[in-house]
Design a protein around this ligand. Structure first.
Ligand SMILES: [Zn+2]
Ligand SMILES: [Zn+2]
Length: 265
């Protein structure tokens, strides 16, 4: 099967290939583009996003955004609705006025450190109190993304320094996983199966599937569009059926639907 890849970067943010290059590689396998928002001086405002959307859509691409949860400025509801889909993703969290960066964990999970090198921040994040605060803050920013930004996909779920500690079933209490699954599942927000970080782990995917969740493929590639080797293995190991995956099109309602839901509840 060739599932639609929603999470592909271009040189409009930190990807190495252009929109034109991406318009060519959709022939290799189906994918959209979804650059970081905000990003530098290029993707700062709604108008920047709409220009990005126009430029990419003119080339025949499906166009999303990787919205930086807890950081990005709000999008106008009409901008959100004009995009084909929005991925929300957490890359850092603020705890007590201090930003906890995920970069080092990212390099570790992507296998970019020297072979056999340990996760250098492991001792810091072994602390139970800081772990608990990261988990709670993550749920807060995801909730804002689901309810206010109306994201369609949760990008690289569970990616954080906790995912680099070893056993994810130990790092992420089942009770916390269930809350995240309920938060997204109840609003038909899909969980991304992320090729680059290899998250979320199998037990999370199985739990989410048992609750009727939707899923989405995301290679998170910044370079060439390669094979979905890890993704295919993760999907197979968790037993996720193809018909639970998004196909470049959002399934949840727009701003209008959001407001009516809020009114009726
Ligand atoms: Zn990301
Ligand atoms: Zn990304």
């Amino acid at each position: 099967m060739s599932l639609f890849d929603h999470h592909v970067h271009t040189d409009r943010s930190d990807g190495r290939l252009s929109l034109e290059d991406r318009a060519q590689s959709v022939a290799v396998r189906p994918h959209g583009v979804s650059d970081h928002y905000p990003w530098g001086t290029r993707l700062r405002t709604d108008d920047d996003v709409l220009r990005y959307l126009d430029d990419a859509a003119r080339l025949g691409l499906r166009v999303g955004l990787e919205y930086d949860l807890g950081v990005a400025p709000p999008l106008r509801p009409s901008t959100r609705d004009d995009l084909h889909y929005v991925i929300g993703a957490v890359h850092q969290v603020e705890i007590g006025g201090e930003w906890i960066a995920f970069e080092e964990a990212g390099r570790f999970l992507k296998g970019q450190l020297a072979p056999g090198a340990p996760f250098s921040e492991a001792s810091r994040f072994a602390d139970e109190a800081i772990r608990r605060r990261i988990l709670e803050r993550t749920l807060e920013v995801v909730r804002q993304g689901v309810q206010e930004t109306r994201i369609d996909i949760l990008g690289h779920p569970t990616f954080s320094p906790l995912a680099a500690l070893g056993d994810p079933e130990d790092a992420f209490p089942v009770e916390w996983q269930e809350r995240l699954i309920e938060l997204c599942g109840s609003e038909r927000v899909a969980f991304e199966v992320n090729e680059a970080y290899r998250v979320p782990h199998r037990a999370f995917l199985v739990r989410a599937h048992e609750r009727g969740a939707l899923f989405s493929v995301g290679t998170d590639t910044h370079g060439e569009v390669g094979p979905l080797d890890r993704t295919d293995a993760m999907i197979r190991d968790a037993g996720l059926p193809e018909d639970r995956f998004l196909a470049g099109t959002r399934v949840r309602g727009g701003a209008q639907a959001g407001r009516s839901t809020a009114r009726s509840s």
